[in-house]
Design a binder for this molecule. Structure first.
Ligand code: 26Q
Length: 820
């Protein structure tokens, strides 16, 4: 396979072995006779990395020579997962590596297991960034990712007595072969201090920001190999270090201890990823992280631009910057500051440059997730930026006033500064005003932002500034790597692996949806994947599950809006039903394994209670002899990218059951269907477009629509809405102590019996009906498999390559650079 790509850097098996041994003996200073799996993983990685670096250098050289516009994807999260398998597959050298290590007595699978996940993200947003940089490289766009090199990624989750317990993610304990430290790239970043202005010799007012604390940003580069192409792009992650001067001063003053303390403080900036998913918390350190990363990245981008000796007005012709949510919005202000304060560009000219450079992607409409920073905190940390924001706001409001004279309410509504006490900086508004395009991540979501949270901005700017780019996923990791057997089977019908670069070619398997031989192979692969997951569950949870049962999976961050509580209430309902059955009735039951996984934010009490309930139900149900194989409940601890790669290919049904209008897109829904699982879901996020693509016969939809949600919530507020009768029985079981101390679940139950903000009761009957249909349909193996095949055949649209092409075309205006 490797030759087909024509990636000349990669030699054959013998060459790989030589390099492997060389790395064992020199890089690791060990003997090949005393080499464990960890050392072998590191040596193999080094050998692969060497090749990536050659391709990386070539790519960067070519991009510099071509001097075309580049795109920079700014994201505080890159949920990369493991790198080794991906690097081998993208470079087309898995076969030679596998054979190479096998000769030396190693199994490639064991080596792959040694690698810790790069878990620098929380969930959907971070994984999307990882898929996007894979696609940018695979489709040959010149593009870099910029992020933070957290010393600790998302915490590790253990389950103790049914509760989530967090521990730190020491992912950098052993040296990380996938990063290249660039100690020579050090950028000073300042915080705090004060501003002053003076009039220079030309009579111009100059603003200065000085007297603050300095820290240094050091670059770590992670090569991003494209699939089947020479193109290897860069992900640059910044780590914070104390500045040398600072240390020195203190040291000479004889204050060694405080010098050490200060340097440790500098390092805390990039120490840890904030573990909130879809929830804003206004901590100063978080704002420090944002500015640190934004300042270093912009400095780096500008340094590269300056080498081309172009005038500033051409900056947007050379540079596109995409803001992954509002987290990097300070970049808008920082670029304006550099242009006006440091480079002497006139305000209006600078502002044109700024707005033509940035694009902003919104990922949520949930009010609790929207970033708003208290003005006092902001002003203290970034005094000059605060002034610039006031000016941006002033000029913007003047423009609005001109367009809509006398609409004072409108001015207050769209002001970047919220007039609360204290005042708050609304980052989303700043991002909109500072960008030329704003996009949502699925059709419904993009409509919702236009009609709800950003409505006024559509009035002001017109509809063209707002657009949709439906999310996508990389088929390399989420099909070929996670499910190699399915990828091989598909290739046998498509005639090649070209579908991994052009996912619409999946359409070619549709004619085989009813072909018995193809169906058998399809079913056998699903069974293999279910056995692989069952082995994992046996190893980590310690019990057996029946692989002929329907595997029903919900894995994602635990959140009330994602409604894992509805799922577990449904499981309890199922349990109670089975308990009430005669032996004869039991014969008709479709056996099920209900699989849950996901992390809760450490401070999110309700989410933690949901985890506890799932585990409590699991304990009771799995031990109940009346139920036997008909129902098993599993909570898989520490759900992460690597576990997703095992879990997703094994699902028959996966649940994406957010309250309509709350899940912006979802991306795991796409991964499950691409792996031959069907969806049980609400009419929300990308479920809607998946339905359109695969056909409504190949998805199980239920529940109220987004347009009714507001009305229903209104009803709840003004009258007591009767509880769904089936749900009532579920609550009775919980309250009678069936799953242990009922007091533990008081708040969870009353959140539904009270205001039921997420409409669990309103949707419950519809949910049970859909589940019943799933049970019935799963019995008909023939139709089930043909639906599964048909669904996969129609998933081409959800490749992140397609999403990236749309961004490139309609937001970034960048062209791919051909590889000879
Ligand atoms: C903000 C401020 C302070 C601390 C943390 C945060 C923060 C961190 C992470 C806010 C939000 C997030 C993550 C959001 C997220 O993952 N959104 C998801 O994005 C996916 C990709 O577009 C969508 O598919 C999901 O629907 C959406 O929930």
């Amino acid at each position: 396979v490797w030759q087909k790509f024509g990636v000349k850097e990669f030699g054959g098996k013998d060459e790989f072995q030589q390099e492997f041994i060389r790395h064992v003996e020199t890089t690791l200073a060990r003997s090949i006779y005393n080499c464990d799996d960890l050392a072998a993983y590191q040596a193999a990685s080094q050998a692969i990395r060497d090749r990536l670096i050659i391709a990386w250098n070539k790519t960067q050289q070519k991009h510099t020579t071509k001097d075309q516009k580049r795109v920079y994807y700014l994201s505080l999260e890159f949920l990369m997962g493991r790198a080794m398998d991906n690097a081998m597959l993208n470079a087309g050298i898995k076969d030679i590596t596998k054979a190479g290590v096998a000769d030396l007595g190693f199994k490639i699978e064991d080596l792959l297991e040694q690698e810790p996940d790069a878990a620098l993200g929380n969930g959907g947003l971070g994984r999307l960034a990882a898929c996007f940089i894979d696609s940018i490289a695979s489709t040959n766009y010149p593009g870099w990712g910029y992020g933070l090199r957290y010393q600790y990624g998302i915490f590790k989750q253990r389950i103790v007595d049914g509760y989530q317990v967090e521990s730190p993610d020491y992912w950098l304990t052993f040296s990380n072969p996938w990063e290249i430290p660039r100690y020579e790239i050090q950028i000073d970043v300042m915080f705090y201090g004060y501003t002053r202005k003076y009039t220079n010799d030309d009579g111009k007012v100059v603003h200065v920001w000085e007297g603050g604390e300095q820290v240094q940003a050091v670059a770590y580069d992670v090569p991003v190999p494209g699939y089947g192409t020479e193109t290897t792009n860069n992900l640059r992650l910044w780590a914070s270090k104390p500045t040398r001067e600072f240390d020195f001063e203190k040291f000479n003053a004889g204050d060694y201890e405080s010098s050490v303390r200060e340097s440790q403080k500098a390092e805390t900036i990039s120490a840890v990823l904030y573990p909130n998913d879809n929830f804003y918390s206004g901590k100063e350190l978080r704002l420090k992280q944002q500015y640190f990363w934004v300042a270093a990245s912009l400095n780096d981008i500008i340094r590269r631009f300056k080498k081309t000796h172009r005038p500033w007005k051409e900056f947007p012709d050379q540079v596109a910057i995409q803001l992954n949510d509002t987290h990097p919005t300070l970049a808008v202000v920082e670029l304006q500051r550099i242009l006006v304060d440091m480079e002497g560009v006139e305000w209006d000219d600078a502002w044109k440059i700024v707005t033509n450079t940035f694009g902003y992607t919104n990922h949520t409409v949930l009010p609790e997730a929207l970033e708003k920073w208290p003005v006092p905190l902001f002003q203290n940390l970034l005094p000059r930026h605060m002034e610039i924001i006031y000016d941006i706001n002033l000029f913007f409001l003047q423009q609005v006033e001109k367009l809509f004279p006398k609409e004072r309410e409108l001015l207050a509504r769209v002001s970047i500064i919220e007039e609360s006490s204290p005042q708050q900086v609304r980052m989303a508004y700043l991002a909109i005003i500072g960008s030329h395009k704003v996009n949502g991540v699925a059709e419904l979501h993009s409509e919702l932002i236009k009609t709800t949270i950003f409505k006024d901005f559509v009035t002001i700017y017109g509809p063209d500034k707002f657009m949709n780019v439906t999310n996508g996923i990389t088929p390399r990791r989420w099909l070929h790597q996670a499910n190699p057997k399915l990828s091989d089977l598909i290739a046998s019908k498509v005639g090649s692996y070209d579908f991994l670069k052009d996912l619409n070619l999946l359409k070619k398997i549709e004619p085989f949806a009813h072909d018995p031989k193809f169906q058998d192979e399809w079913v056998a692969i699903k069974k293999f994947n279910k056995a692989r997951l069952a082995a994992h569950i046996k190893q980590y949870n310690g019990f057996d599950i029946n692989i002929d049962a329907l595997f029903d999976v919900q894995v994602k961050r635990i959140h009330e809006y994602k409604r894992q509580q509805m799922n577990i209430f449904g499981v309890i309902h199922r349990y109670l039903s089975i308990k009430a059955m005669t032996e004869k009735e039991k014969k008709e039951v479709t056996p099920r394994v209900c699989i849950f996984g996901g992390k809760s934010a450490p401070g999110y009490y309700m989410a933690k209670t949901i985890i506890k309930l799932i585990n409590a139900v699991s304990e009771v149900v799995n031990a109940d002899a009346d139920v036997g194989d008909l129902l098993k409940v599993v909570f898989i601890a520490d759900y992460n990218v690597s576990k997703a790669e095992i879990i997703i290919p094994a699902s028959d049904i996966s649940q994406h059951i957010s309250t309509a209008g709350t899940e912006a897109s979802g991306t795991s829904n796409m991964k499950f269907v691409l792996n031959g699982g069907l969806i049980l879901g609400t009419v929300d996020g990308a479920n809607i477009e998946i339905t359109r693509e695969v056909g409504e016969n190949n998805i199980f939809l239920f529940g109220h629509l987004a347009e009714s949600v507001e009305d229903l919530r209104h009803k709840h507020r003004f009258s007591k809405v009767p509880l769904d009768p089936n749900l009532e029985k579920v609550f009775e079981a919980i309250e009678s102590g069936t799953f242990g101390d009922p007091n533990i679940y008081n708040s969870l139950v009353s959140s539904v019996t009270g205001s039921d903000y997420y409409l669990v009761s309103d949707d419950f009957q519809s949910y049970l009906d859909a589940q019943k249909l799933v049970d019935q349909d799963f019995k008909n193996k023939d139709t089930w498999v043909s639906r599964s095949i048909t669904a996969v055949a129609n998933m081409g649209f959800f490749s992140s390559d397609r999403a990236i092409d749309e961004y490139a075309e309609s937001i970034w205006n960048v062209e791919p650079i051909a590889v000879e």
